[in-house]
Write a protein that binds this ligand. Sequence first.
Ligand SMILES: [Ca+2]
Ligand SMILES: [Ca+2]
Length: 78
Amino acid sequence: MKKTAFVILPALLATPLLAETPLVDADGNGTYSYNEITAAHPEVSEDAFAEMDANGDGEIDEDELAMAKDAGMLTTEG
Ligand SMILES: [Ca+2]
Ligand SMILES: [Ca+2]
């Protein structure tokens, strides 16, 4: 009978699931899309994103991000 060893890959250890993900402008267009926001702030719902998007252009700019932080809409630090 062989014993089964459970091997945890170092890659998994190096990427803690609960680690805070920094907010990154992944496509470099200067604003944050819903996907970019939720990559760092998975708690942001589509409704919350729409609220954050004050000028309704579908992207969060620095001003909108600052307002969202002030409003406590981003509960994780990005
Ligand atoms: Ca972007
Ligand atoms: Ca906007």
